[in-house]
Structure formats: structure tokens, C-alpha cells
Ligand binder design. Structure first.
Ligand code: ACO
Length: 321
């Protein structure tokens, strides 16, 4: 048994914050941010939460797929910024949409979270365990940013994206690749946990996202083209056969470098980071939803997906639409 994507949905917070808006509250500029990253604005939560955006994205994806909540039998949310340690965001989504028969859990693989969740769903479908799966990437990164660190806080945004996949005789997941390198984990970390256990005097203050931008850049421009090449080859295709490359939206320079290394036109790399910033696990499903709703995806098209980031982690897939 194989897997087919049958619907997409997304939800961004209402509040839009431009680079110029940021320059009024910190020492930065539209020129610095947009020239280095391609980001012009991002959506940040005020009232919304990781769960509320997930619920809206899920509803839109189910409507797009033409399935009811009763048909969903597995919900996986890729997130590093769930509203609570427990219950999981996926369980809260289950309750809100009324998918009472679903199994629900979150996974944390940072910016690769949605891709890891997609691969988990694929494995369940291949084994015949489940038939219809709701997969989300959802983040409220604004709450784990250090707003005194202009080198990181300007890069990120909030939002949620969702896809619905179902079991199908013909597998539209043509190949996938995923990997982790915990040895290099410290180059992109967020250790914000408090501990008031009287037996443990850690003295550790809550920490926000910390990133060695240049090391992350080097990792991304090496790991992503290698993973994509490996996956495309495993699918029995060449890079010319791929209609779109839907990559994690971290930075335009990373995407341009991947395009160059693969010798593919940048036109095949749709972009959402200009208006969304980097939304970690949510960026790939939001991008997929945007190009799906623009009518760019036609049956039979081959799409290469890739997520990469904290952990370090990376994951790619080639799917047929
Ligand atoms: N506005 C103005 N100046 C700034 C800002 C800002 N927001 N942030 C940093 N600066 C200054 C620094 O203080 C520094 O000034 P100095 O030279 O006087 O000391 C100067 O700009 C250069 O700082 P760097 O950190 O060296 O900037 P760099 O050129 O490396 O660009 C960037 C930073 C864009 C993050 C780059 O490292 C990069 O592209 N990294 C890729 C990683 C990435 O995109 N991560 C996103 C999240 S990770 C992921 O999703 C996989």
C-alpha cells in the first residue's frame, strides 16, 4: 500500500510585521534583513496559539481533501513550539476537530519536523495500519526568540500548515531520505526549560533560540543538495524531471545555493519566506498549500521536498502529485 496527498491547508496569524516595523523597535533595517535573507515581513501571533493555527490549517486541509474528521485515523504534528509539554498539540487538534477515532501525537525534529512526520505517516500507510492521516507542521517561534538578539529574531515567523494523505494502491511517495547529526546540535539550539526540582540545582536560566548562522548555512548548503540528489536518484529520476523543489524556507541564499549546486533554475523553487519568514516545521506544508491553491500543482507532477535544521536534522522526499 502507498501514500497519496489529497489536500492541503494553512493558517498564518493576522498580525503582519514588516522589516521596517522591526527597525522601529531594534537596531536593524529592511536593507540588512532582505538582502541577507530575502525576508520582507512575517506573521506573528497575538491571540493565536500553535494549536489554534493548527486547527484552522487542519480544517482547511480536510475541506480541500474532501474528508471529514471522522475519517482521520492518525494526526501527527511536527513542532518544537507546542503550547504545552502535554497534552500534545496533535491531541488538542484531535479534540477541536472532533476526530475521535484518531491516534494523535507530536514529534520534534525542528525544521525537518513536517518531513519526518510525512515519512512516519508513509510507513504506517505502507504497513496498512492507518488509511487517512492528517500531518501538520506548526510553530509559534516568536515565543522562543530572544527579542534582544537581532541576528536571530528577525529571521523567524509563526504559522501552521497541514496536508491530508490517504492510502492508495500506487505509492506517490517515490523516494525519501532522512538523517540526523546530533554531534553538531549546538549550532542551532533552544534550551528553554525551567526546573524547580529542589534536588537539582542547575542554576540554568531559561534560554531562547541561539544560532551560529554561518555554521547552519554551511550545513544546509551541503546536506540539502546531497539529500535531494540521493532522493531523486532513488526515485529513478533526474533533477530535470522535478517540476518543483519545495524547500524549507530558511533563507533565500540557501535556496539559491541549492539551486546552483543542483544546476536547476531558481524558477523551480517556489518561495514563501518573503512574506512568512522562517517558520521551522510549518514552512514546507505552508509552501505546498500556497502553490496548491495557486493551481500550480497538476496530477503527475514530481515535487521534491526538503526540510533541514535543528538537531541537526534533514529529510527529503520526491512525491508525485
Ligand atoms: N540587523 C542589522 N545588523 C545585524 C543584524 C540585524 N538584524 N543581525 C546581525 N547584524 C550585524 C552583526 O552584529 C554583525 O555586525 P558586526 O560586523 O559589526 O559585528 C553583522 O551584522 C554581520 O553579522 P553576522 O551574524 O556575521 O551576519 P551574516 O552575514 O552571517 O548573516 C545570517 C546572518 C543571515 C543569519 C547568515 O548567517 C545566514 O544566512 N545563515 C544561514 C542560517 C539561517 O538562515 N538560519 C535560519 C534558521 S536555521 C534553519 O531554519 C535551518
Amino acid at each position: 500500500m502507498g501514500m497519496k496527498i489529497i489536500g492541503t491547508g494553512s493558517c498564518l496569524p493576522q498580525t503582519v510585521v514588516t522589516n521596517d516595523d522591526l527597525s522601529k523597535i531594534m537596531d536593524t533595517s529592511d536593507e540588512w534583513i532582505s538582502s541577507r535573507t530575502g525576508i520582507r515581513e512575517r506573521h506573528l501571533v497575538k491571540e493565536e496559539t500553535t494549536t489554534s493555527m493548527s486547527v484552522e490549517a487542519a480544517r482547511r486541509a480536510m475541506e480541500n481533501a474532501g474528508v471529514t474528521a471522522q475519517e482521520i485515523d492518525l494526526i501527527i504534528v511536527g513542532t518544537l513550539s507546542a503550547d504545552h509539554v502535554t497534552p500534545a498539540c496533535a491531541c488538542e487538534v484531535q479534540a477541536a476537530i472532533g476526530a475521535q477515532d484518531a491516534v494523535a501525537f507530536d514529534i520534534n525534529a525542528a525544521c525537518s519536523g513536517f518531513m519526518f512526520a510525512l515519512n512516519i505517516a508513509h510507513a504506517y500507510l505502507q504497513m496498512g495500519v492507518y488509511k487517512t492521516v492528517l500531518i501538520l507542521g506548526a510553530e509559534t517561534l516568536s515565543k522562543i526568540m530572544d527579542w534582544n538578539d537581532r541576528s536571530t529574531c528577525v529571521l523567524f515567523g509563526d504559522g501552521a500548515g497541514a496536508v491530508v494523505v490517504c492510502a492508495d494502491e500506487r505509492d506517490r511517495m517515490l523516494a525519501y531520505d532522512q538523517g540526523s547529526d546530533g554531534v553538531r546540535g549546538s549550532v542551532l539550539a533552544c534550551k528553554n526549560r525551567t526546573n524547580n526540582n529542589p534536588l537539582v540545582q542547575t542554576g540554568v536560566e531559561p534560554e531562547y533560540v541561539h544560532m551560529d548562522g554561518q555554521e547552519v548555512y554551511k550545513f544546509a548548503v551541503t546536506a540539502v543538495p546531497a539529500s535531494l540528489s540521493k532522493t531523486i536518484k532513488a526515485a529513478g529520476l533526474s533533477v530535470e524531471d522535478i517540476d518543483y523543489f519545495a524547500l524549507h524556507q530558511a533563507n533565500i541564499r540557501i535556496i539559491q545555493s541549492v539551486a546552483k549546486r543542483l544546476k536547476v533554475s531558481e524558477d523551480k523553487f517556489p518561495i514563501s519566506l518573503d512574506h512568512c519568514g522562517n517558520i521551522s516545521a510549518a514552512s514546507v506544508p505552508i509552501l505546498l498549500d500556497e502553490i496548491n491553491r495557486k493551481g500550480l500543482l497538476k496530477p503527475g507532477m514530481k515535487i521534491a521536498l526538503s526540510g533541514f535544521g535543528g538537531g541537526l536534522t534533514w529529510a527529503s522526499a520526491v512525491i508525485e502529485w
